[in-house]
Design a protein around this ligand. Sequence first.
Ligand SMILES: [Mg+2]
Length: 419
Amino acid sequence: MAEKVIFHVDVNSAFLSWEASYRKQILGEEIDLRDIPSAIGGDIEKRKGVILAKSTSAKKYGIVTGEPIVAALRKCPGLTIVKPNFSVYVEYSNKLMTLLREYSPVVQQYSIDEAYIDMTGTEGLYGKPLDIAYKIKDRIYEELGFTVNIGISCNKLLAKMAGELEKPNLVHTLFPSEIEKKMWPLPVGELFFVGKATEKSLKLLGIRTIGELAKADVKLLKLHLKKQGEIIHQYANGVDASAVEEEQAPHKGYGNSMTIPYDVNSVESAYLVLLSLCETVGTRLRAAEVEASCLAVSIVDTFFERKSHQMVLPSSTAVTKELYKYSCKVFEELWDHKTPIRQLGVHTTKLEKESHHQFNLFETPKNKKNEKLDKAIDTIRNKYGEDAVMRAAFVGSKLDHMAGGISKEKKSSITTSKL
Ligand SMILES: [Mg+2]
């Protein structure tokens, strides 16, 4: 069998790049956030919130992702901080994925700003992998206005590691023959799947570089790190058998998912994300004048494990509150209540026209009231924008109260401009 060719595409400082592109291309601002010390951070007014992304010049001041805004301002008092604009980022992310799908039918979106592409067998069509990678990278910059790194190898792990080698705006290869020279000298903490705690354990075993891990005794690693020890040993040797899995074709339905800028560790904070997702999903269902009778929740955890679970609803609905109630129920059954969550999704299927709504015994007058309430809110949002009404739960939260919701003016300004 021919060697696989896998690309890993990763947006450089995604939120900041997208914000900068948006402000330049859509709003016509003169200053490019990428050229000044700047950062994306939540809740500036309250001086809470953390840095979600930063520019290269902000990095020079020692500002790091995840640190409190207050601390960042102490390091660089002139730092320009802008609020995250998730709906814009989702739009850019979608545009990127659409562009990538022109090159291969097998594209796996891995996070909001990362994707794997299986480019095996495309050489006859596009030429050498390195040449086409440069073309894709440059096309993304010309058409969408932001830079990416592309890593090339024969499996996902090595492609991802290649993409991390040096940033920004670069293409790297990391084929098995190059592992020793390019990957083994790196600190072990840079290996995919090696977090801070694992790095510490490895240091105690005298393992500091990826090369040292690759040559370590796998029995010893398993003794200290269990299954993970075996996996990272394989990774250090460039072994990864997982395939690029194309997203399952979406069923006919409305759904939304959100990569959360922080780890979700509690049921309460997961509920808030679910509420934000249900706001958007509910709005979309109502706009299409349909109701859903099946609902699924998906989780991607910090180890990038994805799982999902669904339920058939007692009666079809497009009511935000109802969708939220069932999402929480499905979520409770799905989550192990310990592994931190990076991404949550809510997807509805089995749609029927609103007018075909089957009344059932459990329908209470309260539901009718909620339907009316939702309609009123939709009307206000259509007229004054999606931020005109917000559930009290979101006040003071870092979350967008309508995950991925795209207000009309933002949407039209992005689609009509020449990106
Ligand atoms: Mg990135």
